[in-house]
Write a protein that binds this ligand. Structure first.
Ligand code: DAH
Length: 338
C-alpha cells in the first residue's frame, strides 16, 4: 500500500494539464468515485491494525496532494483562458437580443384571430399570378385600367404572368377547390406600380374575406363587418357603408369606421368623423358561375382591406414607408403590442 501511495505521488508530480479534457481525465483517474484515491481507501480497511496509523496518515497526505493539485490545475487553466484570448471564458455568456414581431404581422394575426372567432379559416395563395386569377375570373373587362402596365407589375406577357395587385385572386383559388359553404380569410402581400410616398407603397398587405353559402344576404355582410370593427377598434365603433363599385361584387360598398374623435373632427379623419377601411359587396353571380358555383343556389359576400391602413390607424403611424425600412428603433416600439 505504501508503494502504491508513493507511485501515485511520483506520477502526479510529472503530470501537466493543458486542456479541459486533461483536467477532467485527472479528476476521473484520481478523485472520482472509481478513482485511485477511493480505491486506496477501500484497501485501507484490510491494512493490519498496527500499520493503520502510519498508512492512514500517508493516505490523508495523498488525498490533500491530489485535491490541491486538481485545484491548482483548474485555476491555472482558467487564468490561461482569460489571458490567452483576452476574454474571460468562464464568465456567463451575453444574452442574444431577440427582436419583436413586426407591426404588420401583429395586426394581421389580430384580424385572423377576430374572424376565427366567427368560424373563418385562413387560406393563402401565390404572389405571382396569371391574368385569370387576378382579373378575368373576377369579372374585370379586358380594357380595365388595372390591367395597365402603369398599375401592374408584369413578369411576362402572352400569357400574362404578373404580381397580384390584390388578394382577391385567392378568392378565385379557394372557389376553384372548395365547395360551399366557404368561410375564409386570406391574408397576403400585394404589389402595385405606384410612386412610393408617405401614403402609398408598391408593396403592401391585404386581408381578403369570402363567405359563400345558401341564402347569404347583405345583412350578413353588414353584421360580420360590424363584429369585426368593434373587435378591432372598440365596442363603441360605428360603421358606415357607402355605395361603390368593384367588378366582382354587386352591390358594392366601401366601409368606414367612426373616428375616435367622435365626429368632432381631427386630422386623421380630415374632420369627417369617418375613416375608410375596406371594400366589400355581394359576390357578382358572374364570378360565382366562372368559378363553378351555382349562383341560383348559392350567394355570398366578399371584402378586402389593407393591413397597413389598419395598422396606421391603430398605431398612429404617419408614414407607410416606416413599415418597410426595417429600422429597429421603429420596430422595437411594438414589442408590447403582441
Ligand atoms: N380588391 C379590392 C382592392 O384591392 C378590395 C376589395 C373590394 C376586395 C371589394 C373585395 C371586395 O373582396 O368585395 O381594392
Amino acid at each position: 500500500m505504501q508503494d502504491k501511495i508513493n507511485r501515485i505521488k511520483k506520477e502526479v508530480s510529472d503530470i501537466k494539464v493543458a486542456t479541459q479534457a486533461e483536467l477532467e481525465d485527472f479528476r476521473l483517474k484520481y478523485l472520482s468515485k472509481k478513482g485511485s484515491l477511493n480505491g486506496l481507501f477501500d484497501e485501507f480497511k484490510n491494512v493490519a491494525n498496527e500499520q493503520k496509523k502510519e498508512v492512514g496518515q500517508r493516505l490523508n497526505e495523498l488525498k490533500v496532494l491530489l485535491s490541491n493539485t486538481y485545484e491548482r490545475f483548474k485555476g491555472e487553466m482558467e487564468s490561461r483562458q482569460t489571458t490567452e484570448t483576452g476574454n474571460d471564458l468562464t464568465r456567463s455568456g451575453e444574452s442574444i437580443a431577440i427582436g419583436s414581431r413586426h407591426p404588420i404581422s401583429i395586426v394581421r394575426n389580430e384580424i385572423c384571430d377576430i374572424f376565427a372567432r366567427i368560424g373563418f379559416t385562413v387560406a393563402e395563395g401565390p404572389e405571382m399570378e396569371d391574368d385569370w386569377h387576378v382579373f378575368s375570373a373576377l369579372n374585370f373587362p379586358p380594357e380595365h385600367p388595372a390591367r395597365d402596365m402603369q398599375d401592374t407589375f408584369f413578369i411576362a406577357q402572352q400569357p400574362d404572368i404578373l404580381l397580384r395587385t390584390h388578394t382577391s385572386s385567392v378568392q378565385v383559388r379557394v372557389m376553384e377547390t372548395t365547395k360551399p359553404p366557404i368561410r375564409m380569410i386570406m391574408p397576403g402581400r400585394v404589389f402595385r406600380n405606384e410612386v412610393i410616398s408617405a401614403r402609398s407603397h408598391c408593396i403592401f398587405h391585404q386581408v381578403e374575406g369570402l363567405y359563400v353559402a345558401e341564402k347569404v344576404s347583405f345583412a350578413d355582410l353588414k353584421q360580420t363587418l360590424m363584429f369585426f370593427a368593434r373587435e378591432m377598434f372598440g365596442e363603441k365603433t360605428q360603421i358606415r357603408l357607402r355605395p361603390s363599385f368593384f367588378p366582382f361584387t354587386e352591390p358594392s360598398a366601401e366601409m368606414d369606421v367612426s373616428c375616435t374623435c367622435n365626429g368632432k373632427g381631427c386630422n386623421l379623419c380630415k374632420h369627417t368623423g369617418w375613416l375608410e377601411i375596406m371594400g366589400c359587396g355581394m359576390i357578382d353571380p358572374n364570378v360565382l358561375e366562372s368559378n363553378g358555383i351555382n349562383s341560383e343556389k348559392h350567394s355570398g359576400f366578399a371584402f378586402g382591406m389593407g393591413i397597413e391602413r389598419i395598422a396606421m390607424l391603430r398605431f398612429g403611424t404617419k408614414d407607410i414607408r416606416m413599415y418597410f425600412e426595417n429600422d429597429v428603433r421603429f420596430l422595437k416600439q411594438f414589442s408590447a403590442a403582441i
